[in-house]
Design a protein around this ligand. Sequence first.
Ligand code: SF4
Length: 413
Amino acid sequence: MGLISCLNMLNRTGANVALLDCLSPMWSDVAWNKTRHGQGHFPKTKIPKPQVLQGVPRQFSRYGLPFNAVKESLRSIYPVPDLVLLTCSMTYWYPGVLSMASLVKEIWPDMPVALGGVYATLCSRHARDLNAFDLVVQGPLEDPCNWERVWELLSAPAPSIPSDREEDFEQKEFFPAEFSVILGSRGCPFSCDYCASSCLYPRFKQRSFRKIWQEVSTQLENNISDFVFYDDALLLYPENWLLPLLERFSGMQNTIRLHAPNALHVRYLTPDICKMFFEAGLKTIRLGLESADFENRPDSKLTREEWDYGLRNLFDAGFCPEQIGAYILFGLPEQDPDNIANAIQFAHDCGVRPHLAYYSPIPGSKLFPKAVENSPYPIAEEPLFQNRAIWPCYPGGFSWEEHAKWQGLLKKA
Ligand code: SF4
């Protein structure tokens, strides 16, 4: 979504833009895993493990389209672009963007390459030290300083930043997928210690209903029926855009499926909101339970009473247990494994499905220094060790035996 917003900004200043999405299931000549409502596994190719991860008993893979298909597609771009912008979400995915930068330079040796996104923002020094990018953009492109630097890279004077500063996530030209994403806000005011939302976007800002509806309408015209909410704090000030949107969806006779895979704030699940969600066609619900030890939570976003209130309202509105999942934090520094087991049992007892949210130590988050202290890996120096798949702060790290144990507890009725 960030990259699409950047492309739309550049497009509005008169630049011609194109997106090469290496995770797109829409390339007709590449077989893709089966998806349901736009959800499924990315294809992956096993590749050699980086030296530093040799001791981890997991395989290392490149996700997305086959390397050669991407290479051929890149080669065939005409006219040759003046600038390539890359993005990388998770900090520990940097080998992917590194290999893309070297592929770009192999095809067009003089092409300026700029890197932005989460990894570039949270690990800017590491990204610069790779010496693979001509520019590392820390923070959003709409930051005037970043905007200037991108145009400097093109040796062109920077045009004014588009005057309508509202982010533009119009996806139709870039993202002709089976599903669509709705992002009605950026940022989150909660500042949980384990989260980097406030480092990436320190404010909380909602977009206008008019703009959101304009984007959704375009997707509806393209016969998209699955919509996924990407907001970090979807339920805050719902009267501004969420409720009007749900009202529009509720008139569509169940032709729409909505999904909320990011944890919802349970305390804001009022009877009215739950009813409107149900009528609008919400099918996938994830709640931010995190822990069942409500007195000693790793955040302050939920009390036991609020949990009971929100859950009761969901059930009263007509949602069934299979639709509701509860995220439980796994592998926080110094976390007692019994705490995780209790939370899993608690979710089962409440009639909802527990999902483990594996902790990834994120540079810039308040908990990161404690994670550095507690992890056997040098996670501050090497982002590969920030990978949640290696359980960097769990005693003993990842093992298939422990994995099987936790999977067993998750399945237990
Ligand atoms: S974990 Fe969720 S509630 Fe907490 S700061 Fe991050 S986005 Fe906000």
